[in-house]
Design a protein around this ligand. Structure first.
Ligand SMILES: Cc1cc2nc3c(=O)[nH]c(=O)nc-3n(C[C@H](O)[C@H](O)[C@H](O)COP(=O)(O)OP(=O)(O)OC[C@H]3O[C@@H](n4cnc5c(N)ncnc54)[C@H](O)[C@@H]3O)c2cc1C
Length: 466
């Protein structure tokens, strides 16, 4: 199947050249269904897909306030990971993750690949694993070793997270300062917009009723009141994540944090010979505010780095990012790969991820009211939404599975999710944290090994969530 989509005339690389026949209509009447899904990103779409796998006759309505794929699902870095943000918060008292939890996560990428191929969705899925490296300054080597220990404590084996000496790292990727790193097979690359567009086509073909430009303004058990229509539903799934605004029960329970990407022009074979990543591995360095990249199917380098928090805790609707952020991301890319100097960066864009107060993802099902939600992924929702969409479908259809017993699943009220402090406290907190992380990097790159650098690193260790 060719991935459909629409031409957003987009600053986001992913939407360039993707066209779709017609937008979905807005909901302008009163309608009744079994399952109403609010939010057309991966969480909403995978939930609809797996509901249809379990109950082919199910009547499902999915609405999005804008276009399907408007949120993070149409803008991300395309790392489909067999991991979750805040993994250690799901550990047992002895510090390890239960064996079924590790198995579920280790299986996730392969399962997603199978599901994509069964659904005939072409989204440039490539299961090349991931290199996480000390790559820009010496202090990153200690962080890489600490990360490996962390994975070992959780119970992951050498097959899951394997140490690479500086020499072995250098053989795989030619970074500025190879200080060693970790290879994991549990990451695949995808083209995010092709995934969202492919899923949309599939669920529509399965009979899911789709409505765009339909904002749910009020949600109560059994009823979704939209701007121009009403949905009566036995079950309601809220999948609004980092775009949860007034009207969503997740407003202030999930706050939006902005992050963004830059993309180069397609690089030549000889440039790739110099860079490495021949197995099309994804790549990240050990900076606190995540610097991550992928080699695309058309041989570009797409690099994401750094977040910020908007005034008023508002999500980022526009795709384009400001120039300072673009320049910063280009600078980070060049400091990782000085050999890219002179390459043209063709695209720059940003969007919002969703962060819960506990800084960990969740699947919640309230049996009494029929309301459910999944999210709080921070920057790790591409793979997680595949797993959580299946989990929601299991819970809503009473299908027994190992998934519904995972430690991130709770059967309780959505209102039990803790609210964030009022604005501007989260903004101050987040932006201060980012400034301290920036200062740490600045110190480490100029005065690495100094007492000041070590003290600030200690402070950052304490401040890093989980
Ligand atoms: C720049 C960037 C890079 C990222 N990189 C990665 C990565 O490489 N790997 C990874 O795992 N994760 C990454 N993420 C995070 C990942 O993209 C998200 O976690 C994931 O896409 C969330 O999917 P979702 O369906 O839950 O939410 P979203 O895709 O954000 O969808 C929410 C939808 O809800 C709709 N909506 C909101 N309110 C309403 C309402 N009231 N009524 C109707 N509809 C509503 C919105 O319009 C939106 O379409 C990145 C995110 C960004 C922004």
């Amino acid at each position: 199947m060719t991935a459909p989509g629409r031409d957003f005339a987009s600053p986001a690389l992913w939407w360039d050249g993707i066209t779709r026949s017609a937008p979905e209509p807005p909901l302008e009447t009163e309608t009744t269904c079994q399952y109403a899904i609010v939010g057309g990103g991966y969480t909403g779409l995978w939930t609809a897909y797996f509901l249809k796998q379990r109950q082919p006759q199910a009547d499902i309505v999915l609405v999005d306030a804008q276009q399907i794929g408007h949120g993070a699902s149409g803008r991300n870095g395309g790392w489909l990971m067999g991991s979750l943000e805040g993994l250690s918060t799901f550990a047992n008292a002895d510090g390890t993750l239960a064996e079924p939890v590790r198995r579920t996560l280790n299986q996730l990428v392969t399962d997603a690949g199978k599901a994509l191929s069964e659904a005939n969705i072409d989204c440039d899925f490539y299961h090349g694993g991931c290199l996480m490296a000390a790559a820009r300054f010496d202090a990153q080597t200690d962080r890489a070793r600490a990360a490996l220990e962390h994975f070992r404590r959780l119970g992951f084996s050498d097959e899951d997270y394997q140490w690479l000496s500086p020499q072995r790292l250098k053989e795989r990727v030619s970074v500025a300062k190879p200080g060693g790193g970790i290879y994991t097979p549990h990451v695949a690359r995808v083209q995010p917009a092709k995934l969202v567009a492919g899923l949309t086509t599939v669920v529509k073909a399965l009979g899911v009723r789709l409505f765009e430009h339909t904002r749910a303004n009020n949600l109560s058990p059994g009823r979704v009141t939209c701007d121009r229509g009403i949905i009566h539903a036995d079950h309601i799934v809220i999948a609004t994540e980092g775009y949860s605004e007034h009207g969503s029960p997740l407003h202030r329970r999930i706050v939006p944090v902005q992050t963004g990407m830059v993309a180069t022009e397609p690089l030549s074979a000889s440039q790739w010979d110099e860079l490495g990543l021949h197995q099309r591995e994804t790549f990240a360095d050990f900076s606190r505010a995540a610097t991550y990249l992928q080699r695309t199917a058309d041989n570009r380098l797409v690099v994401g780095a750094r977040g910020h928090y908007q005034l008023g805790g508002l999500p980022q609707h526009s795709l384009s990012d400001d120039d300072a952020l673009r320049r910063h991301r280009e600078k980070v890319a060049l400091s990782l790969f000085p050999q890219l100097r002179g390459v043209t960066f063709t695209h720059s864009w940003g969007g919002s991820v969703g962060v819960s107060r506990a800084w960990q993802p969740h699947v919640i099902h309230d049996r009494a009211t029929g309301m459910a939600t999944a999210g709080g992924y921070v920057g790790e929702g591409v793979g997680a939404s595949f797993l959580f969409g299946q989990t929601l479908a299991d819970l809503l259809t009473n299908t027994p599975s190992e998934r519904i017993h995972m430690p991130w699943v709770a059967c309780r009220e959505i209102a039990a999710l803790k609210k964030w402090e009022p604005e501007p406290i989260p903004r101050w907190g987040f932006n201060t944290l980012m400034s301290i992380f920036r200062f740490e990097e600045w110190l480490a790159s100029r005065y690495g090994g100094s007492l000041a650098s070590a003290l600030v690193a200690k402070l950052c260790d304490r401040l890093t969530p989980h």
